[in-house]
Design a protein around this ligand. Structure first.
Ligand SMILES: N[C@@H](CCC(=O)N[C@@H](CS)C(=O)NCC(=O)O)C(=O)O
Length: 298
């Protein structure tokens, strides 16, 4: 059985992030396939897998063929059923019930918060004035977070990172992007999300993906994007030179040969990748990628 997660834009597609984290954050091997949103490729995807029409969609391939499962909660339950030990839902039944309850509320609610302040990992606005409905959603999210964190003791909603956190991670980014005033407990949780390795990998991919979709950007002053609560990152920049300068000959991710246009200087060492995207996501946050760190520290 093999898994492939079909996703949309890393910077903007909050449901893609949720579905993708349901596998990545729990160490479930799963290929990622990006389908550009608002493109012919997206229309083809909807036609090929109808009635599926949204990302994230999980493709499950086995001897019987390929089955497509869309919808983040269905993806969580499908993966949990296949790998109950992975920790998608907490093993403790009390925590598991709570995790399911708050994940379900995230899935079915918060229309206002999901609409105008849409996910955008490329911006950090100043001057966003939340309306009453957005403030009310933000208050309810914090009420749920504080209730869950109090009961579990944190650092994540139900103790260890679970599907409930994958569901709320994009909300944490909205609070950052739009500068919502939140409680200290909520801010500590936002910081924990931003420090989580799987979230770091997703954010690094958002940094690496160059496509900008204007409809997700508001006409507001952009604040200090670098000040988002991301952990300190290793110094890294693109490197122009020869593949022979690199400490590796094959890409840490794909195993394919290193490409001369995809070299980076990371923490003082030259590393090569198989394509520019792999190179950019590594520059964005090297420590998020264990296979890269194994080469750097090897
Ligand atoms: N309820 C779905 C929502 C998924 C969703 O709306 N995804 C958006 C991208 S963030 C999408 O694929 N939109 C395309 C469309 O609705 O045609 C889930 O939980 O996954």
């Amino acid at each position: 059985m093999t898994y492939t997660m079909l996703i949309g834009e890393y910077a903007y597609s909050s449901w893609s992030m949720r579905g993708w984290m349901m596998a990545d954050a729990f160490g479930i091997p799963c290929r990622t396939k990006y389908i550009p949103m608002y493109s012919d490729a997206f229309t083809d995807f909807q036609r090929d897998y109808a009635p599926v029409r949204t990302v994230a969609t999980l493709l499950i391939e086995d001897a019987a063929g390929i089955q497509a499962v869309s919808d983040s909660l269905a993806i969580a339950e499908t993966l949990h059923e296949a790998q109950p030990e992975a920790g998608i839902w907490p093993s403790d039944p009390v925590l598991r019930r709570r995790a399911r309850m708050i994940a379900a509320e995230m899935h079915s609610s918060f229309r206002a918060l999901r609409d105008r302040p849409s996910m955008n990992l490329r911006a950090r606005y100043t001057g966003f004035n939340p309306n009453e409905a957005e403030l009310s959603d933000a208050a309810r999210v914090q009420e749920l977070w504080e209730w869950a964190l109090d009961l579990s003791g944190g650092p994540f909603l139900c103790g260890e990172f679970s599907a409930a956190d994958a569901m709320f991670a994009p909300v944490a980014t909205r609070f950052v992007t739009y500068g919502f005033r939140i409680s200290d407990a909520a801010q500590a949780y936002v910081d924990a999300i931003y420090a989580h390795p799987s979230f770091r990998r997703w954010h690094a991919c958002a940094d690496a993906q160059l496509r900008v979709i204007d409809r997700y950007h508001l006409d507001l002053p952009d604040g200090d994007f670098a000040a988002a609560p991301r952990p300190a990152r290793l110094s890294a920049k693109p490197y122009q030179g020869s593949t022979e300068d690199a400490i590796n000959t094959t890409c840490p991710y794909s195993g394919d040969p290193v490409d001369g246009e995809s070299l980076a200087e990371i923490d003082g060492r030259i590393v090569g990748f198989c394509n520019p995207f792999c190179c950019r996501k590594s520059i964005a946050d090297a420590e998020a990628w264990p296979k890269l760190m194994a080469i750097l520290r090897g």
